[in-house]
Design a protein around this ligand. Structure first.
Ligand code: ADP
Ligand code: MG
Length: 339
């Protein structure tokens, strides 16, 4: 009997991982913007063409990378964010899996330009299908600019499966807002096909929501606030009379990370019971803080599914906090806040 098992070459392993991490242009956008946040950027520009199918570019003024790190960043499981298994339970950063850039570079044409603040020159790298094509010193601004062209160029089945430019654009917009809503202190811009979609100056949370969704939100938002030993929540619900006809504004964040959770959505929805029709959905922007040891973020490569240790207690506290906010609003319904 001969042995049959071989380790897959890197570029194939990367391509397999890419299938999970990068489902569409919006997933690459999410990973790139999160990297900019982790790099401490205070200004982030997102530029896409054709909903991200032909170009995604993210420019930040974060810490930048050294020449070696710029190369290393494309290796799978290469990360500056965790070093030990224990770190997984104390995550302070959005990234930790060290596979986003490796995945994106396995299935696109990637150009990375980056410069450390202390250096005179930066470095520019071109990668295609996991292969580094070139690296050279360049004049560059402090921080990092990364452009991803022709996503899925080498996976025709995936490329054909993508939606129309408008569909992909909407997904990109959603990812952009999810990050922008949790980092109001960061200046974000977003361009699609040369049009400025958003220019969001640094702001407080209420202002950021108003900048993102329109002036009329200023009088629609009702603050939510509750702090307990296991969990605290802050943020806003939208007044029940402005309930939405789709689930498009149900924003939940935990420790500065957007996540999806039907169970907790239900807690909120049930607090609105009797106030909105069964065909409508509440809108909310709620930010949880929990001890990092009480959640598991590492459930899925896209990191939008979170396991909570105390989810039953959180359900109850959340529901009562939202009920209380609705009660407050009913007593004094028309407080207007200055921006
Ligand atoms: P992760 O974010 O999980 O560490 P990534 O593949 O997204 O993995 O990135 C790999 C590494 O590249 C990061 O750990 C970080 O050190 C570096 N990096 C990526 N993007 C940037 C950026 N915009 N600015 C500075 N460093 C970056
Ligand atoms: Mg990352």
């Amino acid at each position: 009997m001969s042995d049959l098992i071989k380790l897959l070459p890197n570029h194939i392993a990367n391509q397999i991982a890419a299938g999970e991490v990068v489902q569409r242009p919006a997933s690459a956008v999410k990973e790139l913007i999160e990297n900019s946040i982790d790099a401490g950027a205070t200004a982030i520009d997102l530029i896409v063409k054709d909903g991200g199918k032909t170009l995604i570019q993210v420019i930040d003024n974060g810490c930048g990378m050294s020449e070696n790190d710029a190369r290393m960043s494309f290796e799978r499981h290469a990360t500056s964010k965790i070093a030990t298994a224990d770190d997984l339970f104390h995550l302070q950063t959005k990234g930790f899996r060290g596979e986003a850039l490796a995945s994106v570079a396995a299935i696109a044409h990637v150009e990375l330009k980056t410069k450390l603040h202390a250096e005179e020159l930066g470095t520019q790298i071109c990668v295609e299908g996991s292969k580094i094509k070139s690296q050279e010193p360049v004049q560059a601004n402090n921080g990092t600019s990364i452009s991803v062209k022709n996503l899925f160029y080498n996976i025709p089945a995936r490329r054909n499966f993508l939606g129309s430019n408008i569909t992909e654009y909407k997904h990109v917009l959603n990812e952009f807002l999810r990050v922008a809503l949790v980092h109001p202190e960061v200046h974000f811009t977003f361009h699609n096909n040369g049009d400025e979609i958003y220019n969001l100056p640094p702001a407080g949370l209420r202002q950021r929501i108003v900048h993102a969704f329109g002036k009329n939100y200023n009088s629609r938002l009702v603050p939510v606030q509750e702090t307990t030993d296991i969990f605290s929540v802050t943020g806003f619900i939208v007044k029940p009379e402005f309930a939405r006809s789709s689930r498009d504004q149900m924003y939940l964040f935990v420790n500065n990370r957007f996540f999806k959770d039907k169970y907790l959505n239900h807690a909120i929805q049930s607090a609105f019971e009797g106030m909105i029709s069964s065909k409508k959905y509440p809108a909310y922007f709620l930010y949880f803080t929990v001890p990092t040891t009480s959640i598991d973020v590492n459930v899925h490569p896209t990191k939008t599914e979170i396991k909570f240790e105390n989810n039953k207690e959180i359900y109850a506290i959340l529901r009562s906090a939202v009920k209380q906010a609705i009660g407050q609003y009913n007593i004094s319904p028309s407080i207007d806040f200055d921006l």
